[in-house]
Design a protein around this ligand. Structure first.
Ligand code: HEC
Length: 272
């Protein structure tokens, strides 16, 4: 085919394509696409985490990921993390060295606990349309409710992502120096955004978040003046430019060599 013929063929195909698309409303198209996906998903079998696409794989639109159609088998016995957490691993028989739940929570609190100025900076992972995003942000743990609070200026990408997909993951870690001294905490959770008209917004400020940093209370203020200044500052934060994220903790996995000092595995996992 000459270049002109190819150009003509492409043009005709485009016109046909646009024409046929034009006959369907946006809603029809969406329904058709959804149906296509569900039909495909119904045919798709369970695959394991190591499964790869081969050239016989039915085509699908960009933006879909494997787990939109396939259920992914997570084999508790073969994944490396499970081996480290509970399986037979160097120096440990299967099921040996697992820290009791309360003791583990207490050990985790020593690392990620602490309110106000003892809050921690985490890397927060959010995800939308299968596109992940990580953001550094400060969070404070409420140990009774087992939630984390973060204070954010409105209008940022991470907030949009959390609003549309509340599943999040956070990570705090000590800068790695050596295997004799490492510590990392990985959290999986789901987020809720607390607007400033919700009484919990002010409560989280008063009890947990280090908002006092911005209040510029004069050093020589009396306790009463200090309270007044703080109240005034909280009121200014409630004018609608800020939002608090409340992250419910669904799972924490912590790795530190410190656990081994008492005979426990270096990887421990906590779930509510
Ligand atoms: C839009 C839906 C869809 C998506 C997304 C999708 N698949 Fe599939 N996949 C299918 C369907 C349908 C089949 C079955 C084809 C058949 O046998 O007719 C299939 C078959 C397979 C098979 C063969 C399974 C078997 O036991 O025969 C593997 C392996 C596979 N897919 C892996 C993947 C991986 C890896 C991804 C992501 C990178 C992926 N698929 C994404 C729909 C999908």
């Amino acid at each position: 085919m000459s270049k002109r013929t190819i150009g003509f063929v492409i043009l005709v195909s485009l016109v046909c394509f646009i024409g046929s698309q034009g006959m369907l409303s946006a809603a029809d198209k969406k329904a058709q696409k959804e149906q296509g996906k569900t039909e495909q998903a119904a045919k798709a079998k369970k695959i394991d985490t190591a499964a790869m696409l081969d050239s016989n794989h039915p085509p699908y639109e960009p933006g879909y990921s494997c787990n939109d159609c396939h259920e992914i088998k997570i084999d508790a016995k073969t994944t490396a993390t499970q081996v480290w957490l509970t399986g037979e691993s160097p120096g440990k028989k299967a099921g040996e060295g697992i820290m009791p739940k309360d003791k583990l929570w207490a050990a985790m609190m020593k690392v990620i606990g602490g309110k106000k100025f003892e809050s921690h900076t985490y890397v927060l992972g959010t995800c939308l349309n299968n596109v992940p995003l990580t953001t550094t942000a400060e969070f404070t743990l409420n140990p009774e409710k087992k939630v984390l609070y973060g204070f954010h200026e409105k209008g940022t990408e991470k907030l949009n992502q959390m609003r549309l997909n509340p599943k999040v993951s956070l990570n705090w870690h000590k800068e790695f120096k050596s295997f004799a001294d490492f510590c990392c905490v990985q959290i999986k959770g789901h987020a809720e955004l607390i607007e400033s008209n919700n009484p919990e917004f002010e409560q989280a400020l008063v009890d947990f978040l280090p908002y006092e940093r911005g209040a510029r209370v004069p050093a020589d203020a009396t306790p009463q003046q200090r309270e007044e200044r703080l109240k005034q500052f909280r009121d200014s934060l409630k004018k609608g430019s800020f939002v608090i994220s409340k992250i419910y903790i669904d799972q924490i996995t912590m790795a530190t060599v410190d656990f081994t000092k008492e005979g426990y595995r270096r990887y421990q996992r906590w779930t509510p």
